[in-house]
Design a protein. Structure first.
Length: 654
C-alpha cells in the first residue's frame, strides 16, 4: 500500500462528501486506502458515508475523541508507506497526490509535507506555512508586529510571510488540515500527542519531525481548498481558550528554564488580552447597535420635548415635569429599541421595511400606553416627532454600520444575488432546476458559462471559460456556482484565485448532489428537516416573545377595535390563551404535515398574507407552510400579523 489517507469528521457530512469525491478522483491511479474517523457526529455522518462511500474504511467512535486521538485510531491501522492527515472540509486537485508522491520519492530526507491552501473565497491561507512559536515569534504574532511587518524576516516569522506563496520552501510547521508524512517517520517520532484535543497537535508533530533530523516542506506546486472554521470561529472566546491552552501544552513540553517562563508569560498575557477582545467584540456585535439606538432615541425624545415645550407648551402652560426626562423618555427609547429588535431591525442585511415597521409599532405601542396610563400622556406631537427622529437615527446607524463593514449603505444591498453557473449544458440544467425548484435560492440567474455554446431553455449562454473575468465585471456578479461534474477541482481553484480580487462569492455544486457548498454555508435541496430556520432555538425564543408582545398589544387595543373581529368573544378568548402559551399568533395551516417541524396551533396562518386566501388549493397551502418554516423571521410574522390580525377568531383553535 502506497498511501493511507485519514480524515477525522465531526458534524460536517456535506463538506465531507465533497472532500471524499475529490479524493476519489485523486487516487484513481494510486494504491491507496481512505479512513474516515467519525467523532460521534449527530448529523447522520456514519450512515451517510456507509451509503454513499462504501469504499471508505469507516471508524465510528462513540465519543468525540478530538483531532489527535481520532487520527491516531486510523494511523494505527494504516498500511500505507505514506500517511496523509486531511481535514473533512477540503477539496484536493486531481493530481495533488501524484505530484506530492513524486516529490517525496525524489527527496527522501523530507519527513513531512504540506501544500498551498486557499479558502472558499480563493484567497491564500497564511497558515499553510509557519514557524515554531518560540517566545519571540509568539510575541510578534500576539501583539500584531507580524501583521505590521509581513515582509520582515525578523517580525514575519509566524506565517513566514516573507516567503513567496508560489515557491516551495523548507518550513518548520505545517497545518493539520493537510499534512503528508512518511509512515516510518511517524513510527520513529510517535503519533499525534493526545494531550492536545484540538489545535497545537500539528505544531507539536512538525517540531518532533524537525528534531528527528527530517525536513519539513511547504510544497507550492499544488493546492487545496480549505473551507476552514466550520466548527470553530476564530474570533470566539472558545477558540481563544482552546488554542492558547494548546500553546501552553507545547511550551511545557518543549521549552525549559527561562525560555519556558518567558513563553508562558507571553501566552498568559495573550489569553487575557485576546479573551478580553473576544468578549468586547461579542458584546459590541450583540448589543452595540441596540445601545446606539437606545441612546439616540433617548436624546431625540429629550430634544423633541424641549423644542415642543418651548414653542408649543410653555405659552399656554407650565414646563413638563422632571418625570418625563427620568422615566418617560427612557421608556420611549426602550419601546422603540425592543420593537425594532422584534421586527428584524438588527438582522443583516438591514432592510428599510423592518425599520419602518418597528418604528411604526413603537409609535402605536407608546400611543396605546399613553391612552391607558394618563400619567405618562404628555403630548401626541412629542410621540409623533420622536418616532420620525427614531426612524431617521436608526436608518443612519445601520447605513454607517453597513458602510464600515461592507463598504455599502444598507439600502443598496440586494436581496436577490446575481448568479452565473459554470459547467456543461446538462449539469447546468440540473443545478438550475435544483436552485429554482428545490433550494429556491433567492437569486437572479443571469446565465451560464462553458467552453462551447449549447441551448438551455430559459438560460442564456454568456461565453466561454476564458471570458469569466469579463463576464464578472460586465454583470457585476455576486456569485459563481461551479458544477463539479463539469470542471476539475484544479480548474475551479484556478478560477477562484484569478477572480478573488473581484469580490465574487463561490459555491460548488457536487456531482449529482442536491446541495451547494460555499464558505460557511450549505444550501440544501429536498428541504431536510434539520435545516428549517424555524427550528433554531434563538428563533423559537423570538417567536414566543412576538406572541406575547402582539397578544398584549391587541388586548390593550381590544376595547377600541373589537368591532373589526368577526367573533370578538372568540378572538378575546384566543388572545388570552396565546398569552399563557397554548397558541402561537402565527402557525401552519396543516399542523399534521409530517414534513414540517412541530408547532402549536396558531390564530393566523401564512395564507392570510395572500391576496385570496380562500381560493388557495391544499398544495398551495402546504407550499406556504413549507416556505414559512424554511424562511421564518420575525419580520414575516409581523407582516402576517399586520395584514391578517382582523381574522383572529375566524377559525377555531380551541
Amino acid at each position: 500500500m502506497l498511501l493511507s489517507i485519514v480524515i477525522v469528521n465531526y458534524n460536517v457530512k456535506h463538506f465531507l462528501a465533497q472532500t471524499l469525491n475529490s479524493v476519489q478522483k485523486a487516487i484513481q491511479n494510486i494504491e491507496a486506502e481512505v479512513f474516515v474517523v467519525d467523532n460521534n457526529s449527530v448529523d447522520g455522518s456514519t450512515a451517510f458515508v456507509q451509503e454513499k462511500f462504501p469504499w471508505v474504511k469507516l471508524i465510528a467512535s462513540t465519543e468525540n475523541l478530538g483531532f489527535s486521538k481520532g487520527n491516531n485510531l486510523a494511523i494505527r491501522r494504516a498500511l500505507g508507506e505514506y500517511v496523509l492527515l486531511l481535514n473533512p472540509d477540503t477539496v484536493v486537485e486531481e493530481d495533488t497526490f501524484q505530484k506530492i508522491l513524486d516529490y517525496l520519492d525524489k527527496n527522501p530526507d523530507v519527513g513531512a509535507l504540506g501544500v498551498r491552501m486557499i479558502n472558499g473565497e480563493g484567497k491564500f491561507l497564511p497558515e499553510s506555512k509557519r514557524s515554531i512559536p518560540t517566545p519571540w515569534v509568539a510575541f510578534n504574532k500576539i501583539f500584531g508586529l507580524s501583521k505590521l511587518f509581513p515582509k520582515s524576516k525578523r517580525f514575519g516569522k509566524y506565517h513566514l510571510t516573507y516567503l513567496p506563496e508560489n515557491q516551495t520552501n523548507d518550513v518548520e510547521v505545517l497545518s493539520g488540515a493537510f499534512m503528508m508524512l512518511r509512515k516510518k517517520v511517524l513510527d520513529e517520532v510517535g503519533l499525534l500527542d493526545e494531550d492536545y484535543f484540538m489545535y497545537g497537535e500539528d505544531i507539536d508533530l512538525s517540531y518532533r519531525v524537525l528534531k528527528a533530523g527530517y525536513r519539513v516542506v511547504y510544497f507550492a506546486d499544488t493546492r487545496i481548498i480549505h473551507y476552514k472554521g466550520e466548527s470553530t470561529k476564530k474570533g470566539s472566546l472558545n477558540y481563544v481558550v482552546v488554542f492558547y491552552q494548546a500553546m501552553l501544552i507545547f511550551a511545557r513540553k518543549h521549552f525549559s528554564g527561562g525560555r519556558q517562563s518567558v513563553f508562558l508569560g507571553i501566552i498568559q498575557a495573550a489569553v487575557f488580552i485576546r479573551a478580553a477582545l473576544a468578549i468586547f467584540r461579542r458584546v459590541i456585535s450583540s448589543i452595540g447597535l441596540a445601545v446606539a439606538d437606545f441612546t439616540g432615541f433617548l436624546l431625540i425624545a429629550l430634544l423633541v420635548k424641549d423644542i415642543w415645550e418651548y414653542f408649543v407648551h410653555l405659552p399656554n402652560g407650565i414646563p413638563y415635569p422632571a418625570v418625563f426626562s427620568t422615566i418617560v423618555a427612557p421608556l420611549y427609547a426602550f419601546i422603540f429599541t425592543a420593537l425594532l429588535y422584534l421586527t428584524g431591525g438588527y438582522r443583516r442585511p438591514y432592510q428599510l421595511r423592518s425599520i419602518t415597521f418597528g418604528v411604526l409599532l413603537g409609535f402605536i405601542g407608546i400611543a396605546t400606553l399613553s391612552f391607558l396610563f394618563p400619567d405618562i400622556n404628555f403630548s401626541r406631537g412629542i410621540v409623533f416627532f420622536t418616532a420620525i427622529g427614531a426612524f431617521m437615527s436608526s436608518s443612519l446607524f445601520r447605513m454607517l454600520d453597513s458602510y464600515f463593514r461592507f463598504g455599502v449603505p444598507f439600502f443598496t444591498e440586494k436581496v436577490h444575488q446575481k448568479v452565473v453557473l459554470v459547467g456543461d449544458a446538462q449539469e447546468v440544467q440540473r443545478v438550475w432546476q435544483l436552485l429554482k425548484y428545490d433550494i429556491k435560492y433567492p437569486a437572479d440567474i443571469i446565465g451560464w458559462v462553458h467552453t462551447e455554446s449549447q441551448t438551455i431553455p430559459a438560460l442564456e449562454w454568456l461565453g466561454n471559460l476564458a471570458q469569466l473575468p469579463e463576464i464578472c465585471r460586465f454583470y457585476n456578479l455576486d456569485d459563481l456556482i461551479f458544477c463539479n461534474k463539469s470542471l476539475t477541482a484544479q480548474q475551479i481553484m484556478e478560477w477562484m484565485q484569478v477572480l478573488a480580487p473581484m469580490g465574487v462569492n463561490y459555491k460548488i455544486a457536487p456531482a449529482d448532489g442536491n446541495y451547494l457548498i460555499g464558505p460557511n454555508i450549505i444550501l440544501m435541496g429536498n428541504h431536510s428537516y434539520e435545516y428549517f430556520r424555524i427550528n433554531n432555538q434563538v428563533i423559537s425564543l423570538q417567536k414566543k416573545i412576538f406572541d406575547l408582545v402582539a397578544g398584549l398589544i391587541l388586548l390593550c387595543l381590544f376595547p377600541a377595535i373589537f368591532w373589526v373581529f368577526q367573533s370578538p368573544q372568540l378572538a378575546l378568548k384566543q388572545l388570552f390563551f396565546t398569552l399563557i402559551g397554548r397558541f402561537h399568533i402565527v402557525s401552519f395551516t396543516n399542523l399534521n404535515n409530517p414534513k414540517l417541524p412541530k408547532l402549536k396551533p396558531g390564530l393566523l396562518t401564512p395564507a392570510v398574507a395572500s391576496s385570496f386566501p380562500n381560493r388557495l388549493t391544499q398544495q398551495e397551502l402546504d407550499d406556504l407552510d413549507l416556505d414559512y418554516a424554511l424562511h421564518y423571521s420575525l419580520g414575516l410574522d409581523c407582516r402576517i400579523f399586520a395584514k391578517g390580525f382582523r381574522h383572529i377568531g375566524d377559525r377555531s383553535v380551541l
